[in-house]
Write a protein of this length. Structure first.
Length: 467
């Protein structure tokens, strides 16, 4: 059903539609000023195409809506929690799991149970919430992704891999200070790039040798497994489910935001094999989230997650999903927009550093580009650059900055069509054509942690974008 160069055939049809308000440039300018030039502060009805995130923004299937109706709201031992157990055991295969209201709650509980001040946690690239949960408990997140991920054009099919040599050196040097090691699949903060199974095997072997638990940030495990099937020799005849099983069998546990590959609008999981950790995590869960059968979610949400987990590994769906991302990537690239290649599983990343080479990282080129995308076409994207990812290391007091200044065009699952994305492409192309006119930005106010969510900005030297 998918021809080279064509937008993939959607393996679904629409039963309900959601209205999109069309806005003028003048209305968007006004909305931006009121939002302090932070797209997180925009009212969603002022956004025409919302690619801010793929997290919890997808469309549920008719089966998932039926699950909502089937949801059993019993406080303990509900039918919905049993259905979730069946799906979780089928997909992940860990001994224990706890539901949470979303991924960061699972990260918070894991960090509370395992981390102490002064600890170090290596990963390929920690996502911002994971990094913040580690920093909030006095630990230091360390990113050890391979060098190929620094080059937006390097064709390496697994640019999410950890640099195994550096991980080995790191663990040798700091073994006693590393409570656990992580890997994010796919590597969202590093361009949504997949991690290979051979890399996961090597991380597993190293962690075993140093006796350090290994956790997977599994938000996009199904997209990662599909990309392994497509790109890693030896796995072409494996099913996505069996690849996922292999990935998880090499780890000691996982954190999971169900808002991605479980195709729901809310939910998360903390999964593990260690019984003592499970008991401690369960106590934390009861303190913060809720009873272990519902973990801060309604029974209906648990039920929809149980259904979504199985739909999320459907290979017809995954071919369409990653095909749509690839189509957008290829169209942008062919039209001269610098994008991170090869495409990952959930988003296309525009290299803002290359679009706006005259703006230094200290003047937030990627933030400026997100603002221009909105102003020009009402398209909301997100900055994945120095606003989101830089932080002061508790280890040495130095500013840690990201490798690249990117903006992410995250595709909500089963939501937008080819014509919506054609509008996105035209918007990006018109910005690239007048890139020289775009100015850098300054932060006016920002909190210490997770500043990209609420910081306020102005144009550098107060130059207005309404040129
Ligand atoms: C890789 C990764 N880890 C963790 C999270 C946190 O998940 P949640 O938003 O459900 O708290 C996200 C969310 O976008 C993510 O992309």
């Amino acid at each position: 059903m998918m021809k080279e160069g064509e937008h993939p055939f959607e393996p679904f049809r629409m039963k309900t539609v959601e209205h999109i308000s069309l806005t003028t440039r003048g209305q968007r300018q006004q909305a931006l000023e009121q939002a302090g030039y932070n797209l997180f502060n925009l009212p969603a009805d002022k956004v025409m195409i919302d690619l801010l995130t793929d997290s919890g923004t997808g469309a549920m299937s008719d089966e998932q809506w039926a699950s909502l109706m089937r949801g059993d709201e019993s406080y303990a031992g509900s039918r919905s929690s049993q259905r979730l157990s069946e799906s979780v055991n089928r997909i992940f295969g860990f001994k224990y799991f706890l539901p949470t209201h979303q991924g960061r709650a699972a990260e918070g509980i894991l960090a509370t149970c395992l981390l102490k001040e002064g600890d170090l946690v290596p990963s390929n690239t920690h996502f911002d919430t994971t990094a913040a949960n580690i920093l909030a408990r006095g630990g230091t997140p360390t990113n050890l992704v391979i060098d190929a991920s620094k080059d937006p054009n390097d064709p390496n099919p697994f640019k999410g891999d950890i640099d195994i040599e550096r991980l080995d050196e790191f663990l040798e040097k700091h073994q006693s200070r590393v409570p656990f090691c992580m890997v994010t699949v796919t590597n969202n903060a590093g361009g949504g790039q997949p991690v290979s199974l051979s890399n996961i095997e090597k991380i597993h072997n190293l962690c075993n040798a140093y006796e350090i638990p290994f956790f997977i940030d599994a938000c996009r495990f199904a997209e990662n497994a599909w990309l392994i099937k497509q790109r890693e020799p030896g796995y072409e005849n494996w099913t996505v489910e069996s690849i996922a099983h292999r990935m998880f069998s090499l780890s000691d546990g996982a954190t999971f935001s169900a808002k991605k590959d479980a195709l729901v609008n809310i939910g998360g999981l903390l999964l593990m094999n260690d019984e003592k950790l499970y008991q401690n995590a369960k106590n934390e869960l009861i303190l913060r989230e809720g009873f272990p059968s519902y973990g801060g979610l309604a029974g209906r949400d648990i039920d929809a997650m149980a259904t979504g987990l199985i739909e999320g590994v459907d290979e017809g769906y995954l071919a369409y999903r990653t095909g749509q991302v690839k189509w957008l990537h290829d169209e942008l690239k062919n039209r001269g927009v610098p994008v991170l290649s090869p495409p990952g599983g959930h988003a296309v990343y525009i290299d803002a550093g290359a679009v706006l080479p005259h703006i230094p990282a200290t003047d937030f080129p990627a933030q400026a580009l997100t603002v221009e995308m909105y102003l020009e076409g009402g398209v909301r994207t997100v900055e994945i650059g120095s606003v989101m990812l830089s932080f002061i290391s508790p280890e040495n007091g130095k500013l840690v900055t990201p490798l690249l200044e990117l903006i992410r065009l995250a595709l909500p699952r089963r939501t937008y069509t080819e014509s919506h994305l054609r509008h996105v492409i035209e918007t990006a192309v018109s910005i690239v054509e007048k890139a020289q006119e775009i100015n850098g930005m300054e932060i006016i106010e920002a909190p210490e942690l997770l500043r990209h969510f609420s910081a306020k900005f102005c144009w550098k030297n107060s130059v207005s974008p309404t040129r």
